[in-house]
Design a protein around this ligand. Sequence first.
Ligand code: IFM
Length: 452
Amino acid sequence: MTSRQFPHGFVWGAATASYQVEGAVTEDGRGPSIWDTFCATPGAIANGDTGEVACDQYHRYPEDIALMAGLGLGAYRFSVAWPRIQATGTGPANPKGLDHYSRLVDALLAEGITPWVTLYHWDLPQALQDVGGWAARDTAYRFAEYAALVESALGDRVSHWTTLNEPKVASHAGYGSGIHAPGIDDLGQRMRATHHLLLAHGLGMEVLRAAPGRDHTAGITLDLSPVVPVTDAPADVAAARRLDGDSHRLFLDPVLYGRYPADVVDDLGGPAAFDFVQDGDLELAGAPVDFLGVNYYRRIFVRHSPGEGRLEAATVLPDGVPVTAVDWPVEPDGLRELLVGLAKDHPSLPPVFITENGAAFDDEVSPDGAVHDQQRLDYLRGHLAALHQAVEEGVDVRGYFVWTLLDNFEWAEGFAKRFGIVRVDYDTLRRTPKDSAAFFGSVARANAVEEA
Ligand code: IFM
């Protein structure tokens, strides 16, 4: 066994998102979100599942905090549900909604766990979708107002903020393929949604920076993967470039440099197709961040596939690579490759936090009542070793949040796919830490991972 020690002060935490864990969707003045509506759409979600109850974290957060404290975790990354703060996405704050998060923050701090707040993890108030959602520019300004309400209530105790989680998924899956809420499949709306999410990020950063008397650490989380052509054939290489551009650089370049990448603009129809961009938008989106949150799950292998979608790029599974329960290849070294590549391509890359990494497996409860999720444990060990290598190679990574604390509502997959280090029995809502939880706790405590 080799012990790989992480730098002093490295942050170890767990992540969740409001709609995936909270439940209590009609409680204390919460308004409907686009996910409530989408879940009510026949066929949208596997098994007709909904987030109505989810893990009931809205009521059971003390138990979840105790679990994290028992594991020795130093941080909890959770998101605030916008429709709890403003039921219709506008107007004054709902005091009961704010109180909930205020209690959650106090309870975390009492256990020495640092709250990391994400302002938007996809649960847009339905009333805003009714007037265009992210395809409407106004939604970005509504987001800034909402961000200010949350900051003013929690900013005395919360100093780590993420504006948006995975804006690509919000725009591309929500407005570009329709597999996520609000279920729209329209390239024009998707492009507007992308831009308005980036604008919302910029406006949100402005709010966080301007908060009087605070010294916040603020950034954005993007989902990033190395994109690898399956062969060296120019057509495959070009398809990989298009997919990487559309999925990653379309977000990274505005955030890091305040501009859209020229090749991606061309792929998406040229400057005329971006006529919704207004003066100053990209400067806002590109204002400096204190950190870049990176969600890493997999490498993406691409082959040119004429006629397949707008990008003519098909994602393929390489032979012989193990996959998770959602058919994502298990590629620990892809995390090292991604981070080293980011640092090389972007010399002024801000400090990085891995804000999500983890895996779904079909866990079983053993006769002894435990969940021996060796596959997840191996997955985490391998990825943490790869992360450590990236740090040794000079990448400024400052923390890691496992996805996810609890088995939860996995969007279109419903509850069928379990990503948690803690099992949730959806009949009783009982929590059972899996073997991977004990493993992750030992890593957090030692600030080191043992590698075989
Ligand atoms: O569950 C999601 C999360 O909400 C965003 N990142 C990927 C996770 C696994 O699919």
